[in-house]
Design a protein. Structure first.
Lengths: 119, 147
């Protein structure tokens, strides 16, 4: 079914997956804002999206990997979560997710227009 | 990816931060307490946070299915410990708990320190509750795709 399962839809699905994976990493960082020794983790958003952009990679559906973030200021208790960074990324990821959802909806509407012959 | 699992992560943090605020409040309430069940003055209590592996059903199932999960961690209170700092001795000969030399052992609690800790707990709680709001909106938007 090439009409419904368009490249845009699978790409957008990967985009939403990546956005929610990142949101999860940020939520975890925020939860551990006061845990001694906790290191900030993040999803490499760009590499996930690059994978999504290559047609052959779409079927592998590799789950986005989280990794530690370098170069953040560390507190004396070994924790390096920055509240500003996390709340900023929280808002950013939320908007990215919203964008993805809206694009997906418009894509589905387009398919629907084709089904109903534009009526 | 499971959006609902993130609510569990935030929930664990909200619980932990509330616990921290409760302990700080107890410290402030007992700033002048000279008698406890264990004997001696009240000892300042501190919470210890530890990151934890998720234990909810979807998390475990996803980890078993994909063997990729178990990276996300919530937070939990590993324990409440007592501050080992010695009590503050004040010279009050008329006090019923005074020792032979007239000194009374008061808890070593500094209100400023406790207030700062309380503010930290409240701010962390707020940050986590805004994370819950964000997650809720994302779940709502994902549902809206169906409309």
């Amino acid at each position: 079914m090439a009409l419904i399962d368009t490249a845009q839809i699978s790409g957008l699905t990967r985009f939403l997956d990546a956005a929610s994976a990142r949101h999860r990493a940020i939520t975890t960082n925020i939860a551990n804002v006061d845990t001694p020794g906790y290191r900030t983790r993040d999803v490499d958003f760009r590499s996930v999206l690059q994978q999504a952009g290559i047609p052959g990679m779409m079927e592998t559906s590799a789950t986005p990997q989280t990794r530690e973030v370098e170069g953040l200021m560390e507190r004396p208790d070994g924790n390096n979560v920055s509240m500003e960074r996390e709340s900023l990324l929280l808002a950013q990821t939320q908007l990215q997710f919203h964008t993805g959802v809206q694009l997906l909806r418009s894509e589905f509407r387009r398919v629907m227009t084709a089904i109903t012959e534009g009526k | 990816m499971n959006l609902f699992g993130m609510l569990g992560v935030s929930r664990s943090a909200l619980t932990a931060e509330r616990m921290r605020a409760e302990v700080v409040t107890a410290n402030m309430a007992n700033a002048e307490t000279t008698r406890t069940e264990e004997g001696g003055p009240y000892r300042r209590k501190l919470v210890v946070f530890r990151s934890q592996e998720p234990t909810s059903f979807p998390h475990i199932m996803n980890a078993r299915l994909a063997s990729s999960g178990a990276e996300e961690a919530g937070v939990k209170v590993a324990g409440v410990v007592e501050d080992p700092a010695p009590p503050e001795m004040r010279f009050e000969p008329g006090h019923p708990d005074a020792d032979a030399k007239g000194f009374v052992a008061y808890p070593n609690i500094e209100p400023v320190k406790e207030m700062a800790d309380l503010m930290g707990a409240v701010r962390a709680y707020e940050l986590n509750s805004s994370a819950v709001q964000a997650t809720k909106q994302m779940i709502q938007q994902a549902i809206d795709i169906l409309r």
